[in-house]
Design a binder for this molecule. Structure first.
Ligand SMILES: C[S@@+](CC[C@H](N)C(=O)[O-])C[C@H]1O[C@@H](n2cnc3c(N)ncnc32)[C@H](O)[C@@H]1O
Length: 415
């Protein structure tokens, strides 16, 4: 009895401390309310701050309890075999099994799936059973017929390119990072493929397009949280996204701020797709697309930018390269701007922001993902490390941390 009471007291104590923390910390509600929130806006998916904070505290508590209550041998087993799980998801995606269930729009047996896709029935059935254990499929009648869960549907649509990218070239780069980069100081990707990721993608257009899709798939949740927590300096600002990919971020910002204008800059091969993307979104008249390198001087039109944005860019590069990019932005922003200060906002998985154990762990793994995938020196950074980069590039202001209802944060600095 004493033991149960003690455990309950500890749990209640933890909850009380957590709740107190939530009340005390509040939410960094910077930014103006977007004037236009389209029906399908990702901001609708962004939970209110109190809900987000309560859920994250509870998640951390449960994750902690799960961690300390699992027998150590099982924990080792789980971690050592965790790639089995991503292999199951990869196979279900790569072989079109999840997609088939979407297209057919009805429950199917694994035998039906195997026969329609010309695959081995026994293997398909085992993968689908494992897919159910992992929460991507759900079956009726004890495994006779399968349909998709919400996670399974996401894996066919928005997140498909991400699943493929992260389990194809990135996977080999991870192994090389842990076995070779750690000794040689050459990135995992370079060790494995002989070229850095972006150069290799230039030679493999299908993989480059898949990478664009992977980046786009990270967009909705990230943009929803961004638009809820950050705003451009004015409603009519020109927002310039550097290393924009196909331009999803600028497109979302323009949809929310109907008076705003945008510019995107990425490699020429990617910017061709950005032009198409902007036209498809009906934003061609408000967005200018540029194809050039962010290591070179920017197009003169970018002197009119009110805010430069970089999402998931600096974590791709070592310090010296980051400083070159930051200096190019400073150079582009140096023209007269009616006395207004131009800002830079970066969105990254800034580490050590007290985001809670689960998020800090995910950021730490993403940091290794950068070591594996990008040129040597790439990694996630702390706010202090970013501040040092800004200072080294000649930025005078101190960066402001804007926490979002996501694993990503924004750092904003005057240029
Ligand atoms: C991690 S992705 C981020 C894309 C986009 N910001 C997003 O959040 O979806 C990095 C981007 O940097 C671009 N990039 C790489 N090297 C570049 C260069 N030298 N100049 C311009 N863009 C470059 C890539 O093409 C890619 O679109």
């Amino acid at each position: 009895m004493v033991t149960v009471m003690t455990v309950l007291s500890v749990v209640v104590g933890i909850l009380a401390v957590g709740f107190g923390g939530i009340v005390m910390s509040g939410g960094p509600m910077t930014g103006v309310t977007p004037p236009l929130v389209p029906e399908d806006s990702p901001t609708h998916g962004s939970p209110p701050w109190p809900v987000f904070q309560v859920v994250m505290k509870l998640h951390n508590l449960f994750a902690y309890l799960a961690r300390v209550t699992i027998p150590p041998n099982l924990h080792v087993m789980n971690v050592a075999t965790s790639y089995w799980q991503s292999e199951v998801l990869y196979s279900l995606t790569y072989n079109g099994i999840l997609q088939y269930l979407v297209d057919e729009n009805s429950l199917k047996s694994c035998a039906d799936v195997a026969s329609s896709l010309h695959l081995q029935e026994m293997v398909v059935c085992e993968y689908m059973k494992a897919g159910e254990h992992l929460g991507f499929l759900q079956s009726t009648d004890n495994g006779s017929n399968y349909g998709l869960t919400e996670a399974g549907k996401l894996s066919t649509g928005g997140m498909k390119d991400w699943i493929l990218f992260i389990n194809e070239e990135t996977k080999d780069a991870w192994r090389a990072a842990g076995t070779e980069s750690i000794r040689t100081g050459v990135s995992g990707f370079q060790s494995q493929f002989g070229l850095e990721l972006f150069a290799w993608h230039n030679e493999h257009p299908d993989k480059e397009a898949q990478f664009d899709g992977a980046m786009t798939s990270l967009g909705p949740a990230a943009v929803g949280a961004l638009l809820s927590g950050w705003s451009p300096p004015a409603l009519s600002s020109t927002v310039c996204d550097i290393g924009s990919g196909v331009g999803t971020l600028v497109a979302e910002i323009l949809q929310h701020y109907p008076e705003a204008k945008g510019m995107t800059l990425d490699q020429p091969s990617v910017s061709e797709r950005a032009t198409v993307y902007m036209e498809e979104k009906g934003l061609g008249h408000r967005a200018q697309v540029f194809g050039s390198s962010f290591f070179d001087p920017f197009p003169p039109e970018m002197a009119t930018c009110d805010v430069f944005f970089m999402r998931f860019i600096l974590h791709d590069w070592g310090d010296d390269d980051c400083i070159v990019i930051l200096k190019q932005i400073k150079q582009a922003a140096s023209g007269p701007k009616n006395g207004n200060k131009v800002k830079l906002a970066i969105m990254e998985q800034v580490t050590d922001t007290n985001a809670g154990a689960a998020m800090e762990r995910a950021k730490s793994l993403m940091s290794i993902n950068m070591i594996a995938s990008c040129s040597f020196g790439a990694r996630e950074r702390t706010m202090e490390e970013y501040a040092q980069l800004f200072a080294a590039a000649g930025y005078s202001g101190a960066p402001k941390l804007i926490k979002l209802r996501e694993i990503f944060s924004v750092l904003e600095v005057e240029i």
